[in-house]
Design a protein around this ligand. Sequence first.
Ligand SMILES: C[S@@+](CC[C@H](N)C(=O)[O-])C[C@H]1O[C@@H](n2cnc3c(N)ncnc32)[C@H](O)[C@@H]1O
Length: 335
Amino acid sequence: MQSQDDLDWVSQHTPAPDGNQDNVIKEPSLEPESKEPSRVERGDRPYEFGKRFLTDEEDVWKFNAWDHVEWGPDQKEEAERQLAAQAQTPVNEFDKKLYLANPARYWDLFYRNNKEKFFKDRKWLRVEFPALYEACKKDAGAVSILEVGCGAGNTMFPVLQENENPELRISGVDFSPRAVEIVKTSPSFDPKFAHAAVWDLADPEGNLPEGIEPHSVDIIVMIFVFSALAPDQWPQAVSNLQKILKPGGRILFRDYGRYDLTQIRFKKGRLLDENFYIRGDGTRVYFFTEEELVEIFGTAFTPVKIATDRRLIVNRQRKIKMYRVWLQAEFSNSK
Ligand SMILES: C[S@@+](CC[C@H](N)C(=O)[O-])C[C@H]1O[C@@H](n2cnc3c(N)ncnc32)[C@H](O)[C@@H]1O
């Protein structure tokens, strides 16, 4: 039987199911009468997240995944009912203190148990965040990329493998020493271009990662890491990111969205705070809305794009439907 945590991790690592070539960013149609520059003319291309639409419910078992699955009012009500039930049995105060006190410990145990074997390389990065691959072109010039919460390097290494830019520098930081060790000892780690260090995104002293100068990074990547912070750590994390990013630099973000299947499925005794949970392995997870992202990051950065990726993942053999919700965003340091 697949546990909720299995579902969580497996699904988050397969947002674009393998072989789904449909997942390309489509140019939106231009408004014919408009004198204003279109979104395309402004270079503002919204995320598309694929084009396989479920128009006839009878077709649902024909593919493994459907894009842009809109929720009806009944589904939202059901989700709210589940959340209200979870709120009846929050984590007790003693355990809550324990989980909030040393979150890095639980992630470090996670990497002790799973090593580099848990995650798959994030092949969808090429489509969703092309800027990462632009930086790898031969003549891209000096570009510095920092992945925060790099884990075992499943975002960092696919980028590094494509690199033809002699002036690329890609750094991975994580607050789990074991994760950093896994990255540094991987055969894909090329110290000529790559660097890795232990660092807490929400470091309360505002220290920067070892080897990273203030305002020196062009692109910060955060893939399913911000959700691991407690809400009261968000302002410190944003301030730390602000110190690192160059003026004009960008943050590329992907994380859990409100009412994602994995949120709805949390059972009794898992709720730490509103929309913030503790998993069975002691790691924490928050589920965001687009509006919250604007509030959190808008204090320091300019939101360039924010979108919700709603996808129906189907287990055709077992006839299970899984409604996944992820948020994807780009912020720039233009303030
Ligand atoms: C879900 S994993 C994602 C790993 C990686 N980004 C990837 O794409 O495979 C989340 C990672 O964030 C790290 N993490 C969680 N909170 C962190 C914090 N406050 N500072 C630095 N890393 C953190 C965890 O140790 C873990 O490696």
